[in-house]
Design a protein around this ligand. Structure first.
Ligand SMILES: [Zn+2]
Length: 305
């Protein structure tokens, strides 16, 4: 369902101008008319009232000189500005048949001097909301009465969606809206850029669980205390364990990230082993699989044994 009442438009008349469409399965369309009058607020009022009086209301009354926009009836129903084509009720052809009376004259195409503004954009937004394509399926618009170059093909009218001039509707003989610029209608209301696709909510990156290599740690714990202060063997593995020992309150911060499994780290690891229940030579400060896995489970690393 598209926009039924354009919120930017003034309401004209009592809001009731037609009824259900006869061929709602047919493509949506727009028909452009000109009122064959002047423009400005006086004409807007007088011509607007006249169309009600004679029962020829379109959906929309538009002033191309002021961008003033009025609406007589719901876009989802028919309007009254077309003549029937025999038994075909042209006003009721299509999913919608949105009719627009422009305060202008066919002999002076309004796209040559108009000042379309936000209200024209609102009108086009509403038109497009019904799926009316930005095309003119019936070819050339009339540039004079009984213009022989103009087609009023019944087939096109019945089967093609888009924009029509009154001059292109079968069963009708008016030549409005004149030879307006067909592309100008669309250019005055560029389509909104398609909204950027909403980025998929990124699955939060799984925290990377670091892995330490038990044999590397054992090698470091055996070798590093004999190196000169701060010497390292497998610093990447050692730093992870140092961080865990520090978090346990067993290793002073000063030694906690040097990557060296020196004597302070050995002493800290011994305390961890004792915490785990090891005693005597079982708590020698050299990591073993069970105590290391316990530390990793508590402090967030895995052990590769
Ligand atoms: Zn007309």
């Amino acid at each position: 369902m598209g926009e039924i009442w354009i919120k930017e438009a003034e309401r004209l008349g009592d809001g009731s101008i037609g009824g259900a469409m006869d061929t709602p399965g047919a493509p949506p369309r727009v028909v452009w008319h000109t009122t064959e009058s002047g423009h400005g607020d006086t004409f807007f009022k007088n011509v607007g009232d006249y169309l009600i009086r004679v029962g020829a209301e379109p959906h929309i009354l538009y002033d191309p000189s002021t961008d003033r926009l009025g609406q007589y009836g719901p876009l989802s129903q028919s309007a009254r500005a077309l003549r029937n084509d025999g038994l075909t009720r042209t006003n009721r052809t299509g999913k919608v048949c949105i009719q627009i009376e422009v305060l202008a004259k066919a002999a002076r195409p309004f796209t040559e001097y108009w000042k379309p503004g936000p209200n024209f954009k609102a009108l086009m937004r509403a038109i497009r909301s019904w799926g009316v394509p930005d095309v003119w399926p019936a070819g050339a618009l009339a540039d004079r009465y009984a213009d022989p170059d103009v087609s009023r093909s019944r087939t096109v009218w019945a089967t093609r969606g888009g924009h029509y001039g009154h001059s292109q509707v079968p069963g009708n003989d008016h030549w409005d809206p004149g030879a307006i610029s067909k592309p100008a209608i669309f250019a005055a209301a560029p389509k909104e850029a398609a909204p950027a696709p909403t980025p998929k909510p990124s699955t939060p990156a799984k925290p990377v669980v670091p892995t330490v290599d038990l044999s590397n740690l054992i090698a470091a714990a055996r070798r590093d205390p004999g190196l000169k202060q701060g010497g390292t063997t497998h610093p990447a593995d050692v730093r992870i364990v140092e961080g865990a020992l520090k978090a346990e309150g067993l290793l002073p911060a000063a030694y906690a990230s040097d990557g060296s499994f020196g004597s302070s780290t050995v002493a800290a690891y011994r305390k961890w082993q004792q915490r785990c229940g090891y005693t005597g030579s079982a708590a020698d400060g050299i990591p073993g699989k069970a105590s290391l896995e316990k530390l990793g489970a508590k402090r967030g690393f895995k052990v590769k044994a």
